[in-house]
Write a protein that binds this ligand. Structure first.
Ligand SMILES: *[C@@H]1O[C@H](CO)[C@@H](O)[C@H](O)[C@H]1NC(C)=O
Ligand SMILES: *[C@@H]1O[C@H](CO)[C@@H](O)[C@H](O)[C@H]1NC(C)=O
Length: 256
């Protein structure tokens, strides 16, 4: 502020009224909403059922990568994909550059659109290079099919069980639920003596008779949080024995 006042006092021919800001050049400066590091898309398969299309979050079939910069003169925009020049105008059927911006709006993305995209804004006063954005397809496979297993455990013993989730991009979140043998029935496991870790291992700190669920299976669940899709697998039920207690009773009774 002070230097501005001094400027007014000592430069007779300059006054605040006739500074022509339009001739003062400024380099491009990005002003758009920050893009996510990774932007996911789902490939719209021609055979995709109405049901599956309906369940796909809308943002996965159409994606925008933001790029907008201030600057004088008004900047122009350039894109790079995987380090090479990318011209949106060459793919009018799937990508549109917003008028007056660098932002790219993709629709109907497919496998060939995956890559690292980077926006550059340039004017005669300089160039700004934005952080690159990784564009990736999101997907999740199925669990290997297997019959539910029956696991024999001794009451009071600890028991742990791993889960082998299917491949997924991004990596699936893994947890266990109780699933009815009849379809459509799900239940979370909420017992203080049962826990699980991020790798999907389920721990019974000790097995209690109440862990026997005759009409349900312990079921590993793999969730792709981008796709909002779940897969179920690795089912088992418990068969609980109490041999130790019985042998103890036998031991006691033999002393009677
Ligand atoms: C950008 O513009 C400013 C003022 O308009 C000037 O001082 C500067 O040298 C310019 N920079 C470049 C790289 O042209
Ligand atoms: C088994 O669980 C029930 C219900 O949570 C509890 O009341 C009971 O004490 C438990 N038994 C053992 C042996 O921990």
């Amino acid at each position: 502020m002070r230097s501005f006042i001094l400027l007014l006092l000592f430069s007779g021919h300059l006054s605040a009224g006739n500074v022509d800001w339009s001739v003062i050049e400024t380099p491009p400066q990005f002003v758009h909403d920050k893009n996510a590091d990774t932007v996911f898309f789902k490939v719209e398969k021609s055979g995709m059922s109405d049901e599956s299309a309906k369940n796909t979050p809308g943002n996965l079939l159409e994606q925008t990568i933001h790029c907008l910069a201030n600057g004088n003169p008004r900047p122009s925009y350039r894109w790079k994909k995987d380090g090479k020049s990318f011209l949106p105008s060459m793919f009018p059927e799937k990508v549109v550059q917003k008028p007056g911006e660098g932002s790219l709006v993709f629709s109907r993305l497919d496998e060939t659109d995956a890559g690292l995209y980077q926006c550059e804004a340039e004017n005669s006063n300089g160039t700004a290079v934005d952080r690159p954005v990784r564009v990736q397809e999101t997907w999740i496979r199925h669990f290997k099919t297997a019959e539910p297993e029956v696991v024999v455990v001794e009451v009071g013993d600890p028991y742990q069980r791993n889960c082998s989730p299917p491949a997924s991009n991004p990596t699936a979140r893994v947890y266990w639920i109780l699933m009815g043998k009849e379809p459509g029935h799900f239940e979370t496991i909420s017992s203080s003596h049962i826990s699980s870790n991020e790798q999907g291992t389920l721990f019974f700190h000790y097995v209690n008779e109440t862990d026997l669920k005759s009409d349900r299976y312990y079921t590993c669940t793999a969730e792709n949080i981008e796709l909002k899709d779940y897969k179920f697998g690795n089912q088992f039920s418990l068969q609980i024995t109490n041999n130790k207690r019985r042998s103890c009773e036998f031991f006691i009774s033999s002393f009677k």
